[in-house]
Ligand binder design. Structure first.
Ligand SMILES: Cc1cc2nc3c(=O)[nH]c(=O)nc-3n(C[C@H](O)[C@H](O)[C@H](O)COP(=O)(O)OP(=O)(O)OC[C@H]3O[C@@H](n4cnc5c(N)ncnc54)[C@H](O)[C@@H]3O)c2cc1C
Length: 623
């Protein structure tokens, strides 16, 4: 089938017009879809049911039901009363039962990203155990990442250089495409290089990390669910419920709903350690308790699939693509992503995602998948009946951008990965985020563990690893600017249904024109003081009215708090040279105690990561 012109991957800055036939085809299929849709339905239409059942992998029908039930529960949650007894309890007296029970320096709860932290710490000489409620397997769906970022796995002894080469299963032709539709029917596009340009296989990566971890003495406890945590002055102790006959299906890692067929019944046990690293994902019970069970500030609904077939173009990826206005029926602005999969590029993964509040009026994942099936042929220029489905993807990503990273509320416990809340509220690229923070966090934990009396494992000292990062907080506004509230049909009173596209295009175009040093860090989830200042200035000069029109859509309180984060972002970048100067001076005079050195190092880390200067470490860029 010939590829419609608007969807041919393009060279940077190419501007195309949406062919009329597209608009016609879209509106025809929309009408037919409207007849079958029902508000917030969790019952798949016959077409969606057939699609789900044609999946080569897993049991997406069941997984989708579970994911939708979990999403509905989150949306309707006011503030779940704390469990009795709470998941984490603190005691003034010793919690270790006897010296015979297993005891480690570090326990890592949750094994996806947790195994990377575990290996990094074991390699630094600590005795580490990973406790995972299911099998430690990662997942089959590729993680898209930028090549430079993977080096963190080698630096932290998680993989060797040779192993690194083996986990890269796809390399995309560059540049990746970015595109936004306008009210006038124009599909504006530009390119970006060096960003999300490879796909790695999480299952291979996790298997290799697990092997390496065990080879250097690490302990893996699979089918062991952490059920309770007790913190005392001597240790942190976890109660583990052993499980058996567990099979994996559905969306592993997405919303914690991927475990099906769980059968309790093994014996229970307890294990203790000096510190517990919580890597139990976005729905970690520890992180939920630390946040006092509050609702997320926003949720990104993501649905997609990986299919083989006659893809008209499958060499390159779409980093973010929008060809539709706000969907008035759903109150949703849909964005799309697409990536080739595998060395032969026979398969392609496509995602459709939409941002909004965690409110009951939000659509279900089932409805999002119905829309995905409706619009995918237009987006990619394919005929669904000619494609073969490998797997279905769906999930909802909660974002707590108003108070991320997750505060440390308990002695001896640190949340990392999605539980730690460091991932971007725009991309939710938790794997990439883990790689950027792996050296910082494992280095700081190593420093804390070296102090034998555990004084650096108190909640106050561990909080220094999770101090406020303006570079993360400023991203919250971008999440908000891409979000549509239930009932909204335009981007506020002054912008139309293409308003979000307009703002994003203006932003992306400004960054692209400013060059790779500005564009790349942002697309790789790092907001830098210099890059953001230049981008905002450029946007204001080109289209001063747009910023004013956006104000009522975002709301004054959101803008005021964002201005504070922006000011902090700039201040942090100015603080770095001063802090580095103080450290080199004090280190020469040897007056620093261990605790003072630890605190000064955390201040420097925070200034670097909080100002986005870490982009220079990861990507060798300057802005
Ligand atoms: C469809 C999809 C596509 C994605 N694509 C990308 C991408 O391209 N690039 C990228 O960077 N990121 C991507 N992500 C995000 C990435 O997968 C997550 O950020 C990452 O998996 C988070 O890892 P985690 O270990 O923090 O949490 P999870 O992956 O949720 O893992 C948590 C682990 O903890 C275990 N666990 C939970 N509770 C307990 C308990 N009580 N006891 C013991 N164990 C427990 C779970 O079984 C699980 O193994 C994608 C996510 C999805 C859903």
């Amino acid at each position: 089938m010939p590829l419609p012109q608007a969807f041919i991957p393009t060279v940077p800055l190419l501007r195309l017009r949406c062919p009329r036939s597209h608009a016609r085809r879209r509106s025809r299929s929309r009408t037919s879809y409207l007849m079958t849709a029902s508000p917030q339905s969790q019952t798949p239409s016959p077409r969606l049911e057939a699609f789900l059942n044609s999946s080569e992998e897993g049991n997406p029908f069941l997984g989708l039901q579970r994911a939708d039930a979990a999403f509905a529960a989150l949306k309707s949650r006011t503030r779940t009363p704390p469990k009795s007894p709470p998941f984490v309890q603190t005691f003034p007296t010793a919690v270790r039962a006897s010296n015979d029970a297993p005891h480690f320096d570090v326990l890592v709860a949750g094994g996806t990203l947790g195994v990377f932290y575990a290996t990094a710490l074991q390699a630094r000489g600590w005795r580490v155990a990973v406790v995972e409620r299911g099998p430690l397997v990662g997942r089959t769906q590729e993680w898209n990442i930028s090549r430079d970022e993977l080096q963190a796995l080698v630096v932290n002894s998680v993989l060797s250089e040779d192993q690194l080469a083996k986990i890269i299963v796809t390399e995309f032709t560059e540049p990746g495409r970015i595109g936004f539709a306008s009210q006038e029917g124009e599909q504006r596009e530009l390119g970006a290089s060096g960003v999300l340009n490879i796909g790695v296989a999480p299952d291979k990566l996790v298997a290799m990390a697990k092997d390496n971890f065990e080879r250097i003495g690490g302990v893996v406890m699979e089918f062991c669910k952490v059920e309770q945590v007790e913190v005392g002055p001597d240790a942190v102790k976890i109660s583990v419920g052993k499980r058996k006959n567990l099979t994996v299906s559905g969306s592993l890692g997405a919303g914690g709903v991927g475990l099906i067929g769980t059968e309790e019944g093994g014996e229970d046990m307890s294990v203790s350690a000096r510190v517990l690293v919580d890597a139990m994902g976005a729905f970690s019970p520890i992180a939920a308790q630390a946040r006092n069970f509050r609702k997320p500030d926003g949720v990104c609904i993501t649905v997609g699939s990986c299919m083989t077939g006659d893809w008209p173009a499958n060499e390159t990826g779409d980093l973010i693509y929008s060809f539709q206005p706000i969907d008035k029926r759903r109150s949703a602005q849909y964005f799309w992503e697409a990536f080739p999969v595998g060395r032969e590029k026979a398969a392609r993964t496509t995602y459709m995602f939409t941002y909004g509040p965690c409110a009951e009026g939000r659509q279900s994942l089932t409805e999002a998948l119905e829309d995905y099936l409706e619009y995918l042929p237009t987006y990619q220029g394919i005929r669904m009946e000619e494609m073969a489905l490998k797997r279905v993807l769906f999930g909802f990503f909660p974002s707590y951008y108003r108070d991320s990273p997750t505060d440390v509320k308990f002695d001896r416990i640190l949340s990392v990965g999605d539980a730690g809340g460091l991932q971007s509220p725009i991309s939710f690229g938790g794997f990439g985020c883990c790689l950027r923070h792996l050296s910082r966090i494992s280095g700081a934990l190593d420093e804390a563990l070296r102090i034998k009396n555990d004084s650096l494992l108190s909640k106050e000292k561990l909080q220094t690893l999770q101090w406020y990062l303006p570079s993360l907080s400023v991203s919250g506004l971008f999440n908000r600017a891409m979000s549509v509230q239930p009932g909204q049909t335009t981007a506020g009173p002054l912008l139309d249904e293409f308003g979000i596209n307009e703002v994003l295009w203006s932003n992306m175009k400004a960054m692209s024109d400013l060059g790779e040093d500005v564009q790349r860090p942002f697309l790789q989830d790092i907001v830098t003081a210099g890059g953001l200042t230049k981008t905002l200035a450029s946007m204001a000069i080109r289209n001063p009215v747009l910023a004013i029109k956006m104000t009522p859509f975002l709301g004054p309180s959101e803008l005021i708090s964002w201005s504070g984060h922006f000011f902090a972002l700039i201040s942090y970048s100015f603080a770095i040279p001063a802090l580095l100067g103080v450290r080199s001076l004090l280190e020469r005079t040897s007056v620093l105690s261990d605790t003072q050195r630890f605190l000064l190092n955390r201040m420097i880390d925070t200034a670097i990561y909080g100002s986005g200067k870490d982009a220079e470490i990861h990507f060798n860029t300057r802005s």
